[in-house]
Design a binder for this molecule. Structure first.
Ligand code: SAH
Length: 251
């Protein structure tokens, strides 16, 4: 049996209770060492076999899983944040299906949630934006043309950019030409929820100089949108005059 486990965004105690239990029960752990906090290995048994997938190919990961299965062992595949976001898990799921190896998935706190917590932001502010676009700038890894930053920027929704700090100049140009006014608030969050977390607040117009000035190349998220600004409407949900399924509103 293979359990895919989301490690959370950084702080070792942000893994789920279930994830920590699965780690504690595992005979073999394959963790994404480029981003997973090594402190999480404190949850594993002393006799657990540990592999760092940062130095492995998909084939090597599958070799480890296959040998573990042959020996009747349980494997945890530990991915950073939540495995569904840039986790390269689908190719693993499909290979395990083909091999007839059972697996399941335990969700994790994605770094876009960790960054919201660091910023004390609400991504979906009433009358500001009710949409969060999670995307990345195209670099060595391509992005489909129809999902260009320029076209997504036309919505002026909240946008969270993964894997894009090395491309900030181009990114800024695309955000501006797509429709965000230069004064739109933005933020760069480095290592959200890790002890070394850093927050850089700026605007879309000063994004590239902020990223470059801070010397950020990886483990950072860029957040763009008026949800980081001052103006919004209060919620209907807690408005005294608004009736919900759980509460009758006052006249
Ligand atoms: N599955 C992960 C994302 C993996 S892609 C998740 O759900 O968070 C790796 C990218 O995620 C990094 O390049 C960076 O853009 C972002 N990232 C991961 N952890 C981060 C953190 N703690 N703070 C800021 N960005 C982070």
């Amino acid at each position: 049996m293979v359990h895919f486990v989301g490690a959370g965004s950084g702080a070792a105690d942000l893994i789920t209770v279930r994830g920590a239990r699965l780690l504690g029960e595992a005979d073999v752990v394959i963790y994404a060492g480029s981003l997973v906090n090594p402190e999480l290995l404190q949850y594993v048994r002393e006799d657990c076999e540990i592999h760092n997938s940062a130095q492995m190919t998909l084939e090597q990961v599958l070799d480890v899983v296959r040998s573990a299965e042959a020996a009747g062992k349980t494997t945890v595949r530990l991915h950073t944040g939540d495995a569904s976001i840039y986790g390269a898990v689908r190719e693993q799921f499909d290979q395990l299906e083909a091999l007839g190896i059972a697996y399941d998935v335990c969700p994790g706190v994605s770094s876009f949630c960790g960054a919201a917590a660091a910023l004390r932001a609400e991504y979906t502010l009433p009358e500001v934006s009710q949409t969060v676009i999670i995307t990345r700038a195209a670099g060595r890894t391509p992005v489909p043309d129809r999902e260009s930053i320029r076209s997504l920027a036309a919505h002026r929704s909240t946008m969270v950019l993964f894997l894009s700090t090395g491309l900030s100049q181009k990114l800024q140009e695309e955000l501006l030409s797509g429709g965000y006014p230069p004064e739109t608030p933005a933020a760069v969050v480095y290592k959200a929820t890790w002890p070394e977390e850093k927050i850089f607040r700026c605007t879309v117009g000063t994004l590239a100089e902020t990223v470059e000035g801070a010397g950020l190349t990886k483990t950072a998220l860029i957040i763009v949108g008026n949800c980081l600004g001052e103006d919004y409407e209060r919620s209907k949900l807690y408005d005294p005059g608004f009736t919900t399924g759980f509460r009758r509103g006052a006249e």
